[in-house]
Ligand binder design. Structure first.
Ligand code: F6R
Length: 244
């Protein structure tokens, strides 16, 4: 596990963008596992800026997003598909057929089976992750078995509160109660993992991820068992680490 403690959100995001761009340059047909939420917003800004300035191409890139809210259409402004279109995909040359986001509507079991089958065939080269204040990765909430693949899960109240803070106009009642998410097994199957975390409320899950016990109580702790993980955090998220 490689840990980078950056001076600021901007510096951390720039560092993360270098890792993603390196992956794309090394293998222009990389399969990228992507995340949403507030954490990667700046990173995606840097990716878009790079595309404009340097033309790094995504035409052979395939993307596989971690999760989607249950019940939201991809055209809903709070859906994760919409988030990805707005913050990255509409601004680079990725092909629409190469964009994959779990479907939050329709026959959910059928959709999850299809997403799992696709991930098993395609594989993910580099998986980008944020982390929940409760230690979730994707929307795998505490207690999710490490063997779990893509599934529909009930979101914890705290997760819905966190997500209402920056999105959904601050209204928790608007945040769906469930989400479809890649499982921990899918995440662990990726070749490389890049996890980012910022702010005080990520300090405790980061402590457990970096130096705590591996347990389903803090799902991100499973990454201790992954062979190639880079963690980029700011000082606030690093504030509970004891082993300097
Ligand atoms: C998002 C995702 C989640 C978020 C996590 C942190 O696709 O899978 O695990 O990464 O909830 O969210 P933010 O970045 O908003 O703090």
């Amino acid at each position: 596990m490689k840990l980078i403690i950056a001076d600021s959100y901007e510096a951390a995001s720039l560092e993360a963008s270098k890792i993603l761009l390196e992956q794309i340059k090394e293998n222009p047909s990389s399969h990228l596992g992507l995340a949403t939420g507030s954490t990667p917003l700046k990173l995606y800004e840097y990716m878009v800026a790079d595309f404009k300035e340097n033309g790094t191409s995504y035409k052979d890139i395939k993307s596989f997003n971690l999760d989607e809210y249950f019940g939201l259409e991809g055209t809903h402004p709070q859906s994760y598909r919409y988030f990805m279109m707005e913050n990255l995909f509409n601004h680079v040359d990725i092909l629409p057929e190469n964009i994959h986001v779990p479907a939050g509507q329709g026959d959910i079991q059928e959709n999850c089976d299809a997403y799992n089958a696709m991930l098993a065939t395609e594989g993910v080269d580099l998986q980008l992750l944020g982390i929940g204040s409760n230690g979730h990765i994707g929307f795998n909430e505490p207690g999710t078995p490490f063997t779990q693949v893509t599934h529909c899960i009930e979101l914890e109240e705290g997760t819905r509160q966190d997500n209402a803070r920056l999105f959904f106009d601050g209204n928790i009642d608007e945040v769906p109660t469930h989400a479809v998410t890649m499982g921990i097994k899918n995440i662990m199957d990726s070749k490389k993992v890049l996890l980012m975390a910022f702010g005080e409320n990520k300090a405790e899950p980061i402590r457990v991820l970096v130096e705590g016990e591996v347990s389903v109580d803090v799902p991100a702790s499973v990454l201790q068992n992954h062979p190639d993980v880079t963690i980029i955090i700011d000082k606030a998220a690093a504030s509970k680490l004891t082993k300097k």
